[in-house]
Design a protein around this ligand. Structure first.
Ligand code: SF4
Length: 699
């Protein structure tokens, strides 16, 4: 309804930030968003957090890119520009015709000269399903490369690896709203009050109504204050803690034998493996006393319905897949997958990280998780797309950066991602980006990555286009256009098609809905969803296999999509983090997000309310560590790791354990990833963003 006094127009859409997928009504006047209201969506029931409520005005920011830009001939790409300088001065304005021609020709000539795998592309978890689908289709059909990935590699790739191996599917098995049906809720390595605030309201409501809440996190957090057990364990000791819990459950015979008998393989070997992980032996390793480990294990196992939520505190480790394997085992041996109020829920970060993964922005799989090396599955796509595809899995995000530095990847197309801020070991990643022969960046701001581009294509923000988005609950919803694009900025979907056309691809999509029609043809899990149905119903959960199918909120009530129909237990060893503190670098750095700031900060730092709340980088330390270093809160410190150095003010935070420092990665002035360790989990290929050794010195 228009506002009676302000006389606004209203558009029903979504929040552009996190994977909760809140539905929002935008109130618009004179092509400006004035304010927002929460809508009664299935994920938010009209609730919004501070980002959804106040984080919209970045779209009106004067920094928006409104003209295509081409690097001025002779101006070298130098990562030093990221430390300050006239980034725009490196470029000249161009027409769309010239910029698109230049972008397409440079990618094509690289492919012709150096081969398909000299090209790589990063799509975006902030774009729509349709954009993700067309982007990966472009990379796979125009260049015949599977070097196409996105930021899921930096968030839940290890969770997905463990879920695929253990239960045959990488998506959540139950929505976060099912917390309200659970007797016990286990949250580990996630901070939903900061990063998924509306999802956390269901957890808190469940606790208020009698559920037991266990929060396991090396740092203290807001949700712990509601918990029956708010347990801080040693950073990197997830497997030690979880294996000790599994030991208690198995040795005290608290397992669900009938469930295991019918639905789980590998229990005998798993029980043998877990024998030595006694709570007494693991207590020192994980920093939690044996009595507490026994108590939380019993609480979890004795629940009729238990649900597990986890986040990047679990996944962003070189042993991230092992961490997730333990969580899957906890749910399986206690019979907690496949019923309301039970399940495994890795909380998704960005608004469309689930959908971008479903749509095939992953180097080893086509849409709907069809392996590129599966001849039959790939054949289905070859028939619809009418061309042969590359059967060899491509490189992942960090591997692409390594290949760029080695000169093997020579050109990239990056749409809506900012690896010059989000990748680990940024000095190296930035050198890799600068070393490319050609870099095409499509974005809404002059991001740190765009500063190293050859061609910049000005794109539309979330509010300036229509498309479907899939939240953490597997709910597909429509984001509707609220505003016209500024200046000459164009919709991403149109830009991708314009590039495809210049590469000889004869695509004739009439609109976004038309792209989705092709998606549902090749993605059986989405066959029953269409834009018309989304308009009608507001939200449809996949898998949804026909127009008549309501969609499945709870997965695996009967069997698992594994060859045997049964899930598989995979034992995990306790492995040390890749780089431990020592005399030279005595502190552990852990990185993450904060309530007000989102990922690399490109959006939230240009949202006036959010930026006013948290205007700059702060290095959080325990008050005792501050005192020992002779510091008071607010003093400047230099953080140095083996890979880089940065300076920022300190903040006293007793939620941060002694010996640890926390810094959000949203701040370009003190980019946390200058310091982080690029070592990878061998299964999910995710970097150890939650743990590296640093020293702290007064500035
Ligand atoms: Fe947006 Fe997530 Fe906040 Fe909802 S919880 S308003 S989706 S940031």
């Amino acid at each position: 309804m228009p506002h009676p006094v302000l006389k606004t127009e209203t558009v029903d859409s979504l929040c552009p930030y996190c994977g909760v997928g809140c539905q929002v009504t935008y109130h618009v006047k004179d092509d400006k968003i004035i304010y927002t209201d929460g809508r009664d969506g299935p994920a938010n029931l009209s609730r919004l957090c501070v980002k959804g409520r106040f984080g919209f005005d970045y779209t009106h920011h004067p920094d928006r890119l409104t003209k295509p830009l081409i690097r001025i001939e002779g101006v070298a790409k130098d990562p030093a520009i990221l430390n300050g300088g006239d980034a725009f001065g490196q470029f000249r304005e161009a027409t769309w015709e010239e910029a698109l021609g230049h972008a397409a020709a440079s990618l094509e000539s690289t492919c012709e000269e150096f081969g398909a795998d000299a090209i790589a592309g990063f799509g975006s978890a902030k774009g729509s399903n349709e954009e993700a689908y067309l982007f990966q289709k472009l990379m796979r059909t125009a260049f015949k490369t599977n070097n196409v990935d996105h930021c899921t590699r930096l968030c839940h790739a290890s969770s997905v690896a463990a879920l695929m191996e253990g239960i045959g599917s990488g998506a959540v098995t139950a929505p976060f709203t099912d917390a309200e049906k659970a007797d016990v809720i286990l949250v580990i390595g996630a901070r939903p009050s900061q990063n998924h605030p509306v999802a956390s309201t269901y957890i808190k409501a469940a606790k208020r109504d009698g559920a037991k809440l266990i929060v396991l996190d090396p740092r203290g957090q807001a949700l712990s204050r509601h918990a029956d057990y708010g347990v801080q364990f040693k950073p990197g000791a997830d497997v030690a803690l979880l294996n000790a819990m599994l030991h208690v459950i198995i040795t005290e015979d608290l397992v669900d034998h009938a469930y295991i008998e019918q639905r789980v393989n590998g229990f005998e070997e798993f029980s043998q493996h877990i024998k030595t992980f006694t709570p007494e032996r693991m207590a020192e390793k994980c920093g939690v006393d044996a009595g507490t480990i026994r108590a939380i294990a019993r609480t979890f196992a004795q629940a009729k319905r238990a649900i597990i939520f986890w986040g990047m505190g679990v996944s962003q480790h070189t042993h991230g897949t092992d961490n997730a394997r333990c969580l899957i085992a906890l749910a399986l041996i206690t019979g907690n997958v496949g019923r309301p109020g039970t399940g495994l829920h890795p909380l998704r970060g960005q608004n469309n990280v689930q959908g971008a993964s479903d749509a095939g922005l992953i180097p080893m799989v086509l849409p709907d998780y069809t392996r590129v090396d599966d001849d039959f599955g790939r054949g289905r796509f070859e028939t619809v797309w009418q061309m042969a595809l590359n059967p060899v899995p491509g490189l992942t995000v960090v591997e692409i950066m390594h290949a760029a530095l080695a000169g093997d990847v020579r050109a990239m197309y990056i749409m809506g991602e900012n690896p010059a801020m989000s990748d680990p070991d940024l000095n190296k990643a930035r050198r890799a980006l600068a070393s490319l022969d050609h870099l095409v960046v499509q974005d809404i701001f002059m991001t740190e990555t765009a500063m190293l581009a050859d061609v910049i294509l000005p794109a539309t923000s979330f509010y300036e286009k229509t498309g479907s988005f899939t939240n953490s609950n597997r709910q597909v919803q429509l984001g509707r256009q609220v505003l016209p694009p500024p200046g000459d900025a164009r919709e991403d979907l149109i830009i991708i098609q314009d590039i495809a056309k210049r590469l000889g691809l004869d695509w004739h999509y009439k609109n976004t809905a038309h792209v989705f029609e092709e998606m549902r043809r090749v993605m059986p899990s989405h066959a029953g969803i269409s834009h018309q149905r989304l308009e009608r119903e507001g939200s449809v959960t996949y898998p949804c296999t026909s127009e008549e199918h309501a969609g499945e909120e709870i997965l695996f009530g009967e069997g698992f999509p594994m060859a045997s129909g049964k899930a598989r237990l995979v034992p995990a060893q306790t492995l040390a983090p890749d780089e431990e503190p020592d005399e030279a670098y005595p502190f552990i750095l852990t990185t993450g997000r904060m309530l007000e700031h989102w990922h690399t900060g490109a959006m939230t730092r240009r949202a006036s309310v959010l930026d006013a709340l948290e205007p700059g980088p702060v290095i959080a330390l325990h008050p005792k560590d501050l005192a020992q270093l002779g510091l008071v809160a607010g003093d400047g410190v230099t953080l140095t790791s083996r890979r880089g150095t940065l300076t920022a003010a300190t903040r006293a935070d007793s939620d941060v354990p002694q010996g640890v420092v926390f810094l959000a990665f949203a701040f370009h002035e003190a980019a946390a990833n200058l310091l982080t360790n690029p070592s990878l989990d061998p299964f999910g290929k995710i970097a150890e963003l939650k743990y590296c050794a640093v020293k702290v010195e007064k500035t």
